[in-house]
Design a protein around this ligand. Structure first.
Ligand code: PXL
Length: 431
């Protein structure tokens, strides 16, 4: 049986927060999502037009419907909005003894009130003590602990106060503190676990919901709370990096080119046979690329599912995989080279490259100087530079027959994502 997670939260019409975010996150972490909708918001990321509560009877019935038919492996709550809803849930949740994460949602990033003023005390007094973990931001933590929080030390004092209020686990999110880096802090069984991260300049709408849903899913899937914490952090960071990328106009042009290329691959059943054992990846950059941070790629690479290729994970800048490194090395030698992909080595694939009239060069990885292997990303640089030295230009394809524990590989270079994918289809036409 698939594990199940229940979210009790508000509906967010823009799909980025609330119930919608929770269910998508559960899906991502492979738990079946159940839902109890407490309120319906009409909103877009920067505004809330209206909020309507769901009738008490319906909230109660939604809960009873799922409780009576499913074994619920974990519950999280988000926007609860009214004191009445909190009272209904108190009655139901005090009988529940599985993991319960309460995200004490009070105000939306846009400023809209997601918890009515007269519901704050009932939330703190009656619901929070039932939680396994609560996930307040600084503003919420200040309301709960009734102290002002300005520093990491204050965060710790607030967490201890909350523990003294009977709350077991306190995961406090530090993004609202005015610090260059963000410090999130998890206080559990007398230990403080810290996660520091770079501040990313992009909309954070809904990331609190995603975070607590990811944390719950991790715990349901058997991770320790500490491991689930770090994985939830990584998941949110991936989303934030992707948003930052999409909010940058220069990068958006690359992103469009990248997605078009990926879409062509994902529609091609035939490409499955060219996916490498270590998976494939497409990387695209501009003519001005200076570092890995200028290259768009997909975090989880390209694999296959149900007989079709599929790109996994968020789009990423600064990927450290082989293909971005390979592209950067090639582009340094010839700045018209803007895209690359790796594909599975087979003799017949090399022959297809030749039949497609591609300029194909072989490299013997056994000849790589041992000291080069120590250098981070050194192999990809060496592969490209060796071929360039000998051949005087970057060819369409460089392949090798592998080495001890190294999968043999073919790498295709081009002047754009379209150019690289066109080469892939020419190769496929000879297979
Ligand atoms: O991120 C808090 C939150 C929770 N639930 C709903 C929301 C928001 C933020 O906007 O809209 C429905």
């Amino acid at each position: 049986m698939m594990k199940t997670a229940l979210t009790i939260a508000g509906s967010d019409s823009d799909g980025m927060a609330g119930i919608q975010a929770d269910l998508k996150t559960f899906k991502h972490f492979k738990v079946h999502g159940l839902s109890v909708i407490t309120a319906i918001t009409a909103q877009a990321p920067e505004k809330v037009l209206s909020i309507h509560t769901v009738p008490a009877e319906s909230i109660s019935d939604q809960f009873e419907a799922v409780r009576s038919s499913f074994n619920i492996d974990g519950i999280k709550t988000g926007m609860l909005y009214t004191a009445n809803t909190i009272e209904i849930l108190r009655e139901k949740l005090h009988k529940y003894d599985g993991p319960l994460i309460i995200d004490p949602v009070m105000i939306a990033g846009s400023g809209a009130l997601l918890l009515q003023e007269d519901a704050i005390i009932p939330l703190i007094d009656t619901l929070l003590p039932l939680a396994t973990i609560i996930t307040p931001n600084i503003h919420e933590a200040e309301r709960i602990a009734k102290i002002k929080i300005r520093t990491l030390e204050d965060m710790k004092i607030a967490a201890k106060k909350m523990r003294d209020m009977g709350i077991q686990g306190i995961l406090m999110k530090g993004s609202h503190l005015n610090t260059p880096k963000i410090t999130d802090m998890f206080y559990l069984e007398d230990d403080f676990h810290i996660h520091e991260k770079k501040r990313i300049n992009a909309s954070a709408h809904g990331t609190g919901c995603v975070f607590s849903a990811a944390l719950l899913a991790g715990i349901i899937n058997g991770s320790t709370p500490q491991v689930a914490f770090h994985r939830a952090e990584d998941h949110v960071s991936g989303i934030m990096k992707e948003r930052a990328l999409l909010e940058n106009e220069q990068i958006m042009t690359l992103e469009r080119e990248f997605r078009q290329g990926i879409a062509r691959l994902e529609n091609s059943k035939g490409f499955c046979k060219l996916i490498a054992e270590v998976r494939s990846n497409l990387a695209v950059g501009s003519e001005q690329m200076r570092s890995l941070e200028d290259i768009v790629t997909t975090e989880g690479r390209i694999t296959q599912s149900y007989g079709y290729p599929i790109a996994i994970g968020p789009l990423e800048l600064g990927g450290i995989h082989h293909v971005p490194r390979l592209l950067l090395s090639a582009q340094r030698l010839d700045n018209s080279i803007r895209a690359a992909i790796n594909i599975r080595f087979k003799e017949e694939h090399v022959e297809a490259c030749q039949l497609a009239k591609l300029d194909v060069q072989e490299i013997d990885r056994r000849k790589e100087p041992p000291k080069n292997l120590q250098k981070e990303g050194g192999t990809m640089e060496w592969v490209v530079e060796e071929v360039y030295k000998r051949h005087g230009k970057i060819p369409d394809a460089i392949f090798d027959r592998g080495d001890f524990k190294k999968e043999p590989m073919i790498r295709i270079f081009g002047r754009s994502a379209t150019d690289v994918i066109n080469k892939i289809f020419r190769i496929l036409s000879f297979l």
